[in-house]
Write a protein of this length. Structure first.
Lengths: 348, 264
């Protein structure tokens, strides 16, 4: 559907090089990379908004590398939404339709459809600066989708939102994509967002693509130190949330059942921060719902802290201080217990 | 205000006093001049065809200069706001030179290009435009000394428009022209209008460059000068008062439009 071949972009202080990506029709593709990795520039290059030094961009079997942005049919939604401040919500959304010389009834029909889909019909006469962040986001999405783009580019769409809004919008993005099946390239620095939304993930770092794969491949088999460090920050598991009754909600993987607190159900992911896990030589009797025995298989020295890998199975990475390690005399091969609260698990 | 206020707000109090001095310095001579005028003489002056012609020419030539400045200056302002290139700072400095040089010197510089014996003067002569002692000369003198105000104001305005707005409009199907006319220009109109008003006002008040290039036909500032030189204070004062009153009315009107737009 869209192919990027050997893309080379010069950003003055660094460059993107050897960027090769292939995104299939209707796919939700994530580009994951740290802040300042050139993710926005990558999107702008794809849209034709940033000059590239060399490389090719192919869209549906046609090369579009030299095509002007207005002829590509690629929409972009920026992190700050970039709504036209002098136009009403309605005029923002039909901006592209008017340029396409659509008749008034056609444009009105398209407006009704997209505003209805995103639930913003009541906002049409407002000015962008009177909207909340979440509303602006939806208007920007509506504006981008109104022209029925071949590809939708999303630049950190969730990071400008407050945490409560973010979870809802993330869900809506997924649902919207399931309905419209617009090929989407979404860049983010958030690992969990990438896992939750992506059909495929490309990890971008140090100016090039480090790894491309399914979410499972990225967090199960990171092929580089760079990807691993991204994934290391979390213990992430794929599994299913099942209701056991009496308020017992369990997250079940092949190896383990974790007590969790969530309203979500079905096939999902769970993550536990390494710093939220307690390590003890004996089984702890506490209010924490999750306590398991395992063996320390690896100790990684990070200066004043250590990352311990404890195999139950599966592997849990736990963060402890040097002092704790020394006082407890922990070593590889030793049996320990790990404990964490059900509320320390994030389901997504 | 209690005594305590003066003690706790010594700085504010001092600044108010200093500000008051400069404010009075600006406003007192103007008020004095207007107040000292005899309404009958003012009316007579207003009915004097030479005075009316000169004031009208001042306003009219400054409008033409502003229109030319708009057409040629706004695109330049956009380029300066959107692009980076070596020597840009120097270019921006050069554009502001007319503001800092003596305006009689500006007039002489213009004569060197637009005088009858020089290339631009000759070229324009072929299409029937002469600059020496003509309205066209007044217009270019006003343009030269006042266009930096419009360019600078428009440039600052364009800088405030997020370039992403233009980029989004391009992805939605806008050509570079459409992005400019539908996004950048509407979002900058207030800065451009404010700059245009400044430019127009500066044009009307121009004197130095104009007397070098085109003493005739006489604009208001030249007429004030001539009457002062030939007949003295009493005869130049009513013309000056009329010009000030007309300008004040127009500026207050235009500024109201600009600020009303800002609120909505």
């Amino acid at each position: 559907m869209i192919q990027i071949k050997n893309l080379y972009v010069d950003l003055k202080d660094f460059r993107l090089q050897d960027i090769n990506l292939s995104v299939s029709e209707g796919e939700y593709f994530i580009v994951l990379g740290p802040t300042g990795a050139g993710k926005t520039v990558l999107l702008e290059s794809i849209a034709g908004l940033y000059p590239i030094e060399s490389g090719e961009i192919w869209l549906r079997g046609k090369e579009v590398t030299q095509l002007e942005p207005e002829k590509r049919g690629i929409s972009i939604v920026y992190q700050d939404h970039a709504l036209f401040p002098h136009l009403s919500v309605k005029d923002n959304i039909i901006f592209g339709l008017k340029l396409r010389k659509q008749t008034k009834p056609e444009a009105e029909a398209a407006l009704d459809w997209i505003a209805g889909l995103l639930g913003i019909s009541h906002l049409l006469n407002r000015k962008p600066n009177t909207l909340s962040g979440g509303e602006q986001q939806k208007v920007a999405l509506a504006r981008a989708l109104s022209i029925k783009p071949e590809v939708l580019l999303l630049d950190e769409p969730l990071s400008a939102l407050d945490p409560e809004t973010r979870e809802g919008v993330q869900k809506e993005l997924r649902q919207l994509h399931n309905r419209l099946k617009v090929t989407t390239i979404h860049v983010t620095h958030d690992f969990e967002e990438a896992i939750a939304l992506g059909d495929h993930i490309a990890v971008l770092g140090e100016g090039c693509i480090k790894q491309v794969g399914t979410p499972e491949q990225i967090f199960r088999q990171p092929n580089s130190e760079f990807t691993a460090r991204f994934a290391m920050a979390r213990n992430i598991f794929a599994g299913e949330v099942i209701d056991r009754g009496n308020g017992n909600t369990m997250f079940c993987t092949e190896d383990i059942e974790l007590a969790v607190v969530t309203d979500l159900r079905g096939k999902l992911h769970a993550s536990v921060r390494p710093e939220d896990i307690l390590i003890s030589p004996e089984l702890l009797h506490s209010s924490a719902r999750n306590s398991f025995g395992g063996t320390i298989t690896y100790i990684a020295d990070r200066g004043s802290t250590f990352y311990l890998t404890v195999n139950l199975p599966p592997d849990f990475v736990c963060l402890i201080t040097r002092r704790s390690l020394e006082e407890m005399g922990l070593a590889e091969g030793q049996k320990v217990y790990i404990t964490f609260k059900a509320s320390a698990i994030h389901i997504f | 205000m209690s005594k305590k206020w003066f003690i706790t707000n010594r700085m504010t109090f001092t600044f108010i006093l200093l500000g008051l001095v400069i404010f009075l310095f600006i406003i007192v001579p103007l008020i004095k001049m207007i107040a000292a005028s005899d309404p009958d003489i003012l009316l007579d002056t207003l009915l004097d065809p030479q005075v009316r012609g000169a004031i009208w020419l001042s306003l009219y030539a400054a409008i033409i200069a502003t229109i030319v400045g708009f057409v040629l200056g706004v695109p330049l302002a956009y380029l300066l706001a959107r692009t980076e290139f070596p020597g840009k700072k120097l270019l921006e400095g050069l554009i502001d030179v007319p503001i800092v040089i003596p305006h009689t010197a500006a007039g002489i510089a213009l004569l060197f290009v637009f005088g009858r014996n020089f290339w631009a003067g000759k070229a324009f002569h072929l299409i029937g435009i002469d600059f020496v002692d003509s309205t066209a000369g007044i217009v270019i003198a006003m343009l030269f000394v006042s266009v930096p105000f419009l360019i600078d104001s428009a440039k600052e305005g364009f800088k405030k428009v997020d370039v992403r707005l233009e980029k989004v409009s391009r992805t939605l199907g806008a050509s570079p022209w459409q992005a400019f006319f539908r996004i950048s220009l509407p979002l900058t109109w207030r800065s451009i209008l404010a700059g245009s008003i400044m430019m127009w006002a500066r044009g009307i008040s121009e004197f130095g460059a104009i007397i070098i290039l085109a003493y005739h036909p006489m604009i208001a500032s030249t007429l004030i000068f001539e009457r002062f030189e030939s007949y003295g204070l009493a005869y130049s004062q009513p013309v000056a008062v009329l010009l000030i009153i007309i300008c004040l009315f127009i500026f207050i009107g235009l500024r109201t439009i600009v600020y009303r737009g800002e609120k909505t």
